[in-house]
Design a binder for this molecule. Structure first.
Ligand code: PLP
Length: 396
């Protein structure tokens, strides 16, 4: 038999990539509480609390709010498969990996998808959404990625939401890298379906996907002509369990629910506005430091939760990331698709959005860049970041 270590000790990392983010001890402890049965009244009470907390963090009154068993992609699939019937027309904003994934998922469920494209690093233009809706008047759903983690673009939603509303289509929004890090205004946007994941700005391990559907979306689901193609993700059947009927569908990931409840409670305890302000301040400080080292941001409007910067000319991308991991225990993300080898993606998500992490990554990255022969000053980068922190303190 192969030899296994008797102590299980994965290395300690500082997760500053595109997710997962570092999980606070309190959430890990909640996860290790005794497993209950999925119909135990004590567990059902925990589910109800989790639903209330999800509504609070998603800024919605939606009855149809629950956590899908699976990661953020399962949330995407759940929203798509419940709303789409074969032959439906759908518009999807494609300006990165996740918009592309939404298109793929929708096509697999039989949607006829028209992409609203924008170059990588650019947000989707509301005028394009309007034009595409005019060109495709039968559009049933418009899918938009709020936080495009592959490019770091923060998509403005207000104008697009109003245009979709005016047309009468359903609005579906990917909030995987925004929920818990920047405002997700479900009801204000009149969004019909929102999905997220536990592992990004909620700082909970990967494994659940909070989703919410508007009353209008619930009506659309009720009036479907065809059965939902996915048995596992059928919202009506899932609600028979999450709602008051408590009918067994599949065994809930009990301990993951504990973790999500705890992570959401931490968000609510901190306060949504305070939490968004913290993410913004740490992002601004990091940005000041990175830009002082001539690391240029790729998106037109950057997320506070994910910082995508260009790898400087002549720098060995993989080597720098490898040394960050091995010498400093810090994980950052590589570029994907057209950004492969050209971008670093530095996450400041949830529990990982701290002054300490900002100072740490600037110091570590700066020293590695110097080793690569790039003339940068770590002192100046730290001074630039600290200036933002000091101004932030005097504002609060
Ligand atoms: C991470 C991510 C997903 C997918 O989530 P998984 O947890 O990896 O399944 C979907 N959309 C966006 C914008 C993401 O950042």
């Amino acid at each position: 038999m192969a030899q296994y270590s008797s102590t299980f000790a994965p290395p300690e990392r500082i997760l500053m990539g595109p997710g997962p983010s570092t999980v606070p001890a309190r959430v890990l402890q909640a996860m290790s509480a005794p497993t209950l049965g999925h119909l135990d009244p004590a567990y059902l009470a925990i589910m109800d609390e989790t639903r209330r907390l999800m509504r609070q963090v998603m800024a919605t009154e939606n009855e149809l709010t629950m956590a899908i068993s699976g990661t953020g992609s399962a949330g995407m699939e759940a929203c798509v498969c419940n709303l789409v019937e074969p032959g439906d027309e759908m518009l999807v904003g494609v300006n990165g990996v996740f918009g592309g994934r939404m298109r793929d998922v929708a096509e697999r469920y039989g949607a006829q998808v028209h992409a609203i494209e924008a170059p990588w690093g650019k947000s989707i233009d509301p005028a394009e959404v309007r034009r595409m809706l005019q060109q495709h008047p039968r559009t049933k759903i418009v899918g938009i990625v709020h936080a495009e983690t592959s490019t770091g673009v923060w998509q403005p939603m207000d104008e697009i939401a109003a245009i979709v509303q005016e047309h009468g289509a359903l609005l579906l929004v990917d909030c995987v890298t925004s929920l818990g890090g920047l405002p997700v205004a479900t009801d204000e946007w009149k969004a019909d379906a929102i999905y997220s994941g536990t592992q990004k700005c909620l700082s909970c391990p990967p494994g659940l996907a909070p989703v919410t559907f508007s009353a209008r979306a619930a009506e659309v689901i009720r009036n479907r002509k065809t059965k939902v193609t996915s048995w596992y993700l059928d919202a009506s059947m899932l609600m028979n369990y999450w709602g008051s009927d408590r009918v067994y569908h599949h065994t809930a990931p009990i301990n993951m629910t504990y973790a999500l409840r705890e992570a959401l409670l931490m968000v609510v305890e901190e306060g949504l506005e305070q939490r968004y302000a913290r993410h913004m301040l740490n992002h601004r400080a990091l940005r000041a430091g990175l830009e002082s080292m001539h690391l240029n941001y790729l998106p037109d409007r950057s997320l506070p939760t994910l910082n995508a910067v260009a790898v400087p000319e002549g720098v060995d991308d993989a080597k720098v990331r490898g040394r960050l991991l091995n010498e400093f225990g810090i994980e950052i993300g590589a570029g994907l698709g057209p950004f492969k080898g050209k971008a670093w993606r530095i996450g400041l998500m949830g529990h990982g959005s701290t002054q300490r992490n900002v100072i740490l990554i600037l110091s570590a990255l700066g020293s590695l860049l110097r080793d690569q022969g790039i003339e940068v000053s770590v002192d100046e980068a730290l001074a630039a970041a600290n200036q933002i922190f000091r101004a932030g303190e005097s504002n609060s």
